[in-house]
Write a protein that binds this ligand. Structure first.
Ligand SMILES: C[S@@+](CC[C@H](N)C(=O)[O-])C[C@H]1O[C@@H](n2cnc3c(N)ncnc32)[C@H](O)[C@@H]1O
Length: 306
């Protein structure tokens, strides 16, 4: 959704932009081109490989591009270290990239047999194998149900626990087998394999993705300057709901709580997209994964409007 991102970010020459989920630099490169000759892009990503790739890809932009490996929850620290007080635009494209999904060794997909890792940052935290070997059955069932809306979540959680008791929960193939013990795979070309949602749910849990999204949203309207834009791309209804609610709150569009004695905060942002914007038909034709992408945008009000 590159053209939609550029449109809603209102990218212009000389602007300073943050790509909080730089990935392999696709959106980043488009922002740098559209803000030529002197716009600046500051990029973050938890994935060290993605950061190295983007460093190479965006080298030609010289000093206009700076990046750091880390979570966007550390964005204030990154901006302070770059001497930046506020920015003209912030982009966050949540979830994982196609490049990560397709990388055989990362354990994100059941299409390649690999150790169960699934961490965005492979140098820190707990891998999916460790997570699945310690989480209790109740928690597993909850994660599958809440983060993947997985049918048969309790039975799959049970199958995972049984497999780990036999020492057989180490690879993506082991997890796939546990899922298929409970739910039959669809016939070729007929619908989504149930393991897709199971892998998604476990990835979200392993990376604490929803907590990170919540923390980033809680900081808004920082780090935007007056008129600065925030653009969010989500692939998951839970993330989309979190973005929608927060933008409504910041725009003063949440009904006042009649039981609250406190003052309602004045609106600090204007929600620009009342409905989420989807990918164009052409993009979905070229990249079917774009079908589930939703974009929302908001603009920081200037102090007089506040
Ligand atoms: C959908 S991809 C972004 C793709 C990117 N827009 C592009 O054009 O290539 C999401 C990226 O967010 C990263 N990510 C996930 N959680 C993160 C976090 N808390 N902080 C920073 N990056 C994160 C992932 O490693 C992944 O590279």
């Amino acid at each position: 959704m590159v053209s939609e991102v550029l449109h809603w970010l209102a990218v212009r020459p000389g602007g300073v932009y943050v790509d909080a989920t730089l990935g392999y630099g696709g959106h980043g490169e488009a922002v740098l081109r559209a803000s030529s000759p002197d716009g600046v892009l500051l990029g973050m990503d938890r994935d060290g490989e993605a950061i190295s790739y983007s460093r190479g890809r965006l080298k030609t932009f010289g000093d206009r591009f700076r990046c750091r490996q880390g979570s966007y929850t550390d964005l204030p620290d990154f901006l302070a270290s770059e001497g930046v007080n506020n920015v003209n635009g912030l982009l966050a494209d949540f979830g994982l990239s196609s490049a990560q999904l397709d990388q055989p060794g990362r354990g994100f997909s059941f299409r390649h047999d690999a150790p169960l890792d699934m961490r965005f940052d492979q140098s820190a935290g707990v891998s999916a194998r460790e997570y699945l070997s310690t989480a209790d059955e109740e928690e597993l069932a909850r994660v599958l149900f809440e983060y993947g809306e997985v049918r048969g979540s309790r039975r799959i959680a049970r199958a995972i626990v049984e497999a780990r008791q036999r020492g057989a929960m180490n690879t993506t193939a082991d997890l796939l087998r546990a899922v298929e013990r409970v739910l039959k795979p669809p016939r070729k070309g007929m619908g989504v394999h149930p393991a897709t949602l199971v892998f998604q749910a476990i990835r979200i849990a392993v990376n604490g993705e929803l907590d990170a999204v919540r923390a980033l949203l809680a900081r808004l309207p920082e780090p935007l300057g007056p008129g600065g834009r925030a653009v969010f791309l989500t692939f998951h209804s839970l993330e989309d709901r979190m973005v929608k609610q927060r933008l409504r709150e910041l725009s003063g569009r949440v009904p006042r709580d009649p039981w609250s004695s406190g003052e309602q905060a004045a609106p600090s942002m204007n929600e620009l997209t009342r409905k989420p914007v989807g990918a164009s038909a052409g993009e979905v034709r070229n990249n079917p994964r774009a079908r589930s992408a939703w974009l929302r945008a908001a603009e920081r009000l200037s102090p007089v409007e506040n």
